[in-house]
Ligand binder design. Structure first.
Ligand code: DOR
Length: 400
C-alpha cells in the first residue's frame, strides 16, 4: 500500500468543522497529516486533487447484501464492490437473509465471508426477533459480541408492541440502537417514538417517507426523545406517479409517496430533523423486477446512484451538511469508526466532484440492475474511494 499525498482538494470534515483547501497525507493506512502545502516524501504517490472534494468515507447504514441465502440477487463481493464504486467505505447490512442474522454463529460465518471477500467495511445489523418472526427476542449481548451494530427486523415491522418493548429493554444496556422498519408508517412511527421515550433505548427509524411520520419524529425530538432517522434517495426524488411509467421497477417498501411528502422530506434534511442518508440498496433479479406489479419484489439497487441522486434532490445543501448525512452522522448513530478525517484515524476517504454523469445500470457492479434513476443525469460523481489507506475505487477517467 503506497503512501499518498492528496494535493489541493477541498477538505470537508463535519467532525472538525473543516471546509478548506488543504493537502492530506495518508500513510500506514491512516490519516497522517492535513496542512497547507505539505511536501511530498520520496515514497509517496502525489495525487492532484484540485477541483475535488475530499470527505471522510461515506457510510451507507442501510443496505441488503443478500448473503447468506440470496446470492442470486447479490453477494458480499458484488455488493461491496458496488459500495466502493458508489463512494462508500462502509455499509451496514440488513438481517433479512436466509438464515436471518439472528444468531451469533450465522453472524460469525458472515463475518468470515466479509473478511475474505469484502471491498469495504461491513457492519451487520442483527434481527430483533428470532427468524424475524416478531415473536421471540434474540440474544442481543451475544449478537453484539459477534459484531452486530444495531438490531432490526428490516423488511418487516415488529407488530406486537409488547415484544418490541421487551426487546428494547433487553438491548438497552448495549450501544447498538433499535432500527425499526415502520409499515404502516404513521401509526408505527408514533408507537415507536413512545416506546423509545418509555424504554430510554436509542432508536432509529429506517427510510422515513411521509410528512406525518417526520412530524411525529420532530415532535418527539423536541421533547428530548433519543430518536434519529434516515431518508433514501428515491423518497427524496420520486412520487407514486412513477409507478404508472415504470411499473414493477418502481415498486419499493415503503412505497413512493406524494409531492408534499417529498417536499417535507427535503425540508427535513435541511432543518436537521433527518440525520442520515441511507440508500436501502435492495437488489433483486431481473425476473423479480419485471412483469406484474403485484408479484414483483419491492426494492432496487441504490449504492451506485445514491451520492449523485442526493445531490440532484438537494442541489443547494451545504457540503458540510451533505457529508455529515453520509458519514459523520451514520458513524455516530451506529457508534462505529469513521465519520472524520482527524489525524491518526483510519484513512477511509471519499473523493467526489460536481461533474454530471448519466446512470447506466448495465455498468453497475451490483447484480441488481434495476433503479428508478436509470438514464437520469446526476450532478455529482465519485472519483475515488479509499478504505484504510487502500484505493478501492478510482474513476477510470480521473487523471490525478
Ligand atoms: O423495498 C424494500 N426491499 N424494502 C425493504 O424494506 C426490504 C427490501 C428488500 O429486502 O428487498
Amino acid at each position: 500500500m503506497k503512501p499518498l499525498l492528496l494535493k489541493g482538494g477541498r477538505i470537508v470534515d463535519p467532525a472538525t468543522s473543516l471546509d478548506s483547501l488543504r493537502d492530506l497525507r495518508v500513510r500506514d493506512g491512516r490519516i497522517a497529516e492535513i496542512g497547507e502545502h505539505l511536501d511530498a516524501a520520496a515514497d509517496e504517490e502525489i495525487v492532484d486533487a484540485r477541483g475535488t472534494v475530499i470527505a471522510p468515507g461515506f457510510i451507507d447504514m442501510h443496505v441488503h447484501l443478500r448473503e447468506p441465502g440470496f446470492e442470486e440477487k447479490e453477494t458480499i463481493a458484488t455488493g461491496t464492490l458496488a459500495a466502493v464504486n458508489g463512494g462508500f467505505t462502509a455499509v451496514a447490512c440488513m438481517p433479512n437473509t436466509n438464515p436471518a442474522l439472528d444468531d451469533p454463529t450465522v453472524l460469525s460465518a458472515l463475518m468470515q465471508t466479509v473478511q475474505r471477500e469484502a471491498r469495504c467495511r461491513v457492519y451487520p445489523i442483527a434481527a430483533i426477533t428470532r427468524g424475524r418472526e416478531g415473536r421471540e427476542p434474540c440474544d442481543y449481548a451475544e449478537l453484539t459480541a459477534a459484531g452486530a451494530v444495531a438490531f432490526s427486523d428490516d423488511g418487516d415491522s415488529v407488530e406486537d408492541a409488547d415484544v418490541l418493548r421487551d426487546a428494547a429493554l433487553r438491548a438497552r444496556p448495549l450501544d447498538a440502537p433499535i432500527v425499526d422498519h415502520c409499515l404502516p408508517e404513521e401509526t408505527l412511527v408514533a408507537r415507536d417514538v413512545k416506546l423509545c421515550a418509555e424504554t430510554g433505548k436509542r432508536w432509529h427509524i429506517a427510510h422515513v417517507s411521509t410528512a406525518a411520520a417526520l412530524e411525529s419524529i420532530a415532535a418527539a425530538r423536541s421533547r428530548g426523545v433519543a430518536v434519529t432517522c434516515e431518508v433514501t434517495p428515491h423518497h427524496l426524488t420520486f412520487t407514486g406517479a412513477l409507478v404508472k411509467e415504470a411499473g414493477a421497477a418502481a415498486k419499493v417498501n415503503p412505497p413512493l409517496r406524494t409531492q408534499s411528502d417529498v417536499d417535507a422530506l427535503r425540508r427535513g434534511v435541511r432543518d436537521g430533523t433527518i440525520d442520515a442518508f441511507a440508500s436501502d440498496h435492495a437488489p433483486h433479479t431481473e425476473q423479480e423486477k419485471s412483469g406484474d406489479f403485484e408479484r414483483a419484489a419491492p426494492g432496487f439497487s441504490g449504492l451506485e446512484v445514491a451520492v449523485g441522486a442526493y445531490a440532484a434532490a438537494l442541489a443547494d445543501l451545504p457540503l458540510l451538511r451533505f457529508v455529515a448525512l453520509l458519514s459523520t452522522n451514520p458513524a455516530r448513530i451506529l457508534k462505529i469508526r469513521g465519520g472524520t478525517l482527524a489525524p491518526k484515524e483510519a484513512a477511509d476517504i471519499t473523493i467526489f466532484a460536481d461533474r454530471p454523469w448519466r446512470v447506466d445500470p448495465a455498468a453497475f457492479a451490483s447484480k441488481g440492475k434495476c433503479t428508478p434513476f436509470a438514464g437520469r443525469r446526476l450532478p455529482r460523481r465519485i472519483l475515488a474511494t479509499i478504505v484504510g489507506g487502500a484505493v478501492r475505487y478510482r474513476a477510470p477517467d480521473w487523471e490525478a
